[in-house]
Design a protein around this ligand. Sequence first.
Ligand SMILES: [Zn+2]
Length: 207
Amino acid sequence: MYSNKIQKLIDLFSRFPGIGPKVAGRFVFYLAKLTDKEVKELANAILEVKNSLRPCGFCFKLFEPSEAQSNLCEICSDNSRDRTILGVVEKEADLVSIEKNKPHKGIYFILGETPSSFKQENMKSLKVKELKQRIEKAKAFGVAADFKEIILALNPTIGGEAATLYLERELKDLNKKITRLGRGLPSGGELEYADRETILSAFKNRK
Ligand SMILES: [Zn+2]
């Protein structure tokens, strides 16, 4: 139906999280209406983000390395954070939403987006091995931390619930206090879109 070039761009946009072919098509036709200058600006902004950001050596949050060439993001390198508490989140947007509301004084680990089903083999895409390594040997990853509590701050979605159960089993042998967020987040909801009250109560009532 569309020309190959249009279809290719639609396919590329469709790979974005939460973007289906319909919305991808709208992006493409929006782009087609832009001037050359505007398209170049957009392309350059994408390249700049890609070239200037890298994942934190501890938590995997993307950050802009400073001149000091630190391997750690601004949260992991902040000495005022409580390094006895580790909050495990699925994605950067959840972390940002939590940070905005400040219910968590510890540091984070970004696990990766959870699969949409309960199947165990789907858990392979999550950074479980990396998480264990950081709990056991935080110093080897540049953070002087001794975790007493691991908060599984995953989303109350099917995938998030499955991953929480999976992690509870996987982390059991590390002998740490493992908690999960309290009720309040609507089932199927995501931290990314939760309001302040909901986030504060979910952390406060963790168990
Ligand atoms: Zn970090």
